[in-house]
Design a binder for this molecule. Structure first.
Ligand SMILES: Nc1ncnc2c1ncn2[C@@H]1O[C@H](COP(=O)(O)OP(=O)(O)O)[C@@H](O)[C@H]1O
Ligand SMILES: O=P(O)(O)OC[C@H]1O[C@](O)(COP(=O)(O)O)[C@@H](O)[C@@H]1O
Ligand SMILES: [Mg+2]
Length: 480
């Protein structure tokens, strides 16, 4: 007996999957990563000569090893999607880069994220201990550090970075903006760096693609890799970005406090705003982990406040049922509902990201006003908690620390193998090398049609906000 595909489509004549027979899979496309054009003559991996560690036969990744992008396939589909593969990350038996000639630069860009210092430390440790690279430099304060003063290029060694993994933030400092391609590439060439490790989010990856292209255009034999960072988890293809799980864990403290405040008030609401500019991953995962949340609002799901099926009516009902309610809102949720001036509509940060209005205080105010109008004389309290920077200005937790270490080492192994223009990252748990250009454009919104969002809905029993009555346009204040 076989299974019929969800849409009734089938590989067999009757739409079923034959069992205990060989199934022909669709063709496999390798999304390969570029190699340095002028790679050095092949050098044996110095790990093979390590005095204390003797690599086993399976230690090195074979040249043909790949991992698959999608873990699930519909064997019953008559038109299956092509399979996409990436090179497996890890040490190669032979290097295309001579470690004795390597000169590495590491830099952190964009917003903070738990684990930045761990990645920096492990890059230095891996380069020096595993490969014997002597010249490793930390570039201060993001992309602009490449064309900064001599003091912005800090020589790093094992002693310097020894305790960095214990610290939140980034010892190298980070900035937004300052992306001047000509100056950056000139700064890299002038200091004779041969390999560049850029740690950052989606904006940083777009910058790294531009640098990679410029290296090629100028014929520079310099490799670059982007190590994906963002608490928002808004980078696609990889399983998740580092620091995200730590942020979700710390967010629990805010949700716990919101619940205590709400429970201890008469008709109390605890409102927590969590990071998530364009994606609601932190809010979603924090909600699922906590189980105390009555409503989770994310940028991917439009909601409305008043009328039947709206947020306020739902919260009122919930308070009548159990005396209190807890709401988690991602910073990018409901932005189209918040009145803003023309100036506010245009405001951008130094990197060109749109500056959002603060959804938390706005929601608290609107809720209070609605309650006064609808239920005058009835006691009501909203306690608002904004743990924004607390969830990311901390060291990585154990899971993220391990992840940061594997990412850093994967990056080094790839660079030493002669690859460039790539991002190391886990795909279905398998560390892989993905072309930088793919990662730079791949967004990672919450898929509201998949199981995770359905779990949120079943945990919170919140409305789907589909019967929106009157709100059709953004609320906009007159200019000025
Ligand atoms: N499209 C882009 N092209 C080149 N550089 C970019 C681009 N977008 C952002 N950057 C640069 O990348 C750096 C980090 O970007 P930002 O958006 O602040 O953080 P993140 O990398 O965490 O998303 C900044 O120096 C910014 O100028
Ligand atoms: O106040 P900052 O430092 O600009 O950071 C705020 C932003 O940083 C983030 O945490 C992450 O953004 P990036 O990944 O672009 O660094 C967003 O959630 C938030 O909007
Ligand atoms: Mg970003």
């Amino acid at each position: 007996m076989g299974h019929t595909g969800p849409n009734g489509e089938g590989g067999g004549a009757d739409g079923t999957v034959p069992t205990n027979t060989t199934v022909n899979l669709p063709p496999l496309t390798l999304r390969d990563v570029p190699l340095l054009t002028a790679a050095a003559p092949v050098v044996p991996n110095p790990i093979s000569r390590h005095p204390y560690f003797h690599p086993s036969a399976t230690f090195y990744i074979s040249p043909g090893d790949v991992s698959l992008r999608h873990a699930f396939f519909d064997l019953a589909s008559a038109t299956p999607a092509p399979l996409v593969a990436y090179r497996r990350a890890g040490p190669r038996r032979e290097l295309a880069v001579d470690p004795a000639l390597a000169r590495a630069a590491v830099v952190t860009c964009g917003g903070l994220c738990p684990g930045l210092n761990t990645v920096l430390r492990e890059l230095v440790v891996g380069l020096q201990e595993l490969y014997g690279v002597r010249d490793v430099f930390g570039v201060a304060a993001g992309y602009r550090g490449f064309y900064g003063a001599d003091a912005d290029h800090i020589r790093l060694d094992l002693a310097t970075v020894d305790d960095w993994h214990k610290k939140g933030g980034t010892v190298l400092k980070t900035t937004r903006g300052g992306f001047d391609l000509d100056k950056i590439v000139a700064g890299i060439a002038a200091r004779e760096y041969t390999q560049v490790y850029v740690i950052g989010g989606d904006g940083t990856m777009r910058g790294a693609v531009a640098i990679f292209e410029e290296f090629k255009r100028r014929g520079l034999n310099i490799s670059i890799t982007g190590i994906p960072k963002t608490v928002d988890n808004d980078i696609g293809i990889i399983d998740r970005s580092f620091g995200f799980q730590t942020a979700v864990e710390i967010a629990q403290q805010a949700i716990d406090a919101a619940r205590v405040e709400a429970v201890s008030a008469v008709n109390g609401i605890g409102l927590v705003k969590l990071m998530g500019r364009s994606t609601g991953h932190i809010a979603l995962h924090a909600t699922l982990s906590s189980r105390d949340v009555d409503c989770c609002l994310i940028p991917e799901v439009n909601f409305y406040l008043e009328e039947k099926g709206g947020l306020f009516e739902f919260l009122y009902e919930r308070i009548k049922q159990k005396g209190h309610a807890v709401v988690v809102v991602a910073e990018g949720a409901g932005q189209e509902l918040i009145p803003r001036t023309d100036h506010q509509k245009r405001e951008q940060d130094e990197s060109g990201n749109i500056v959002f209005l603060d959804v938390g205080p706005w929601l608290k105010y609107e809720l209070g006003e609605w309650w006064k109008r609808q239920h005058p004389g009835e006691l009501f309290t909203v306690k608002y908690i904004d743990p924004t920077y607390m969830i990311r200005a901390v060291p990585a937790n154990a899971t993220d620390s391990l992840y940061c270490t594997l990412l850093a080492h994967s990056a080094i192994h790839g660079i030493m193998a002669g690859y460039t223009g790539f991002v190391p990252g886990p795909i279905n748990g398998n560390y892989s090398y993905i072309p930088l250009e793919d990662v730079a454009v791949a967004k990672n919104p919450v898929d509201v049609n998949d199981h995770k969002w359905a779990w949120v809905r079943s945990v919170t029993n919140q409305p789907d906000f589909l019967n929106r009555p009157r709100y059709t346009e953004s609320a906009v204040l007159p200019p000025g």
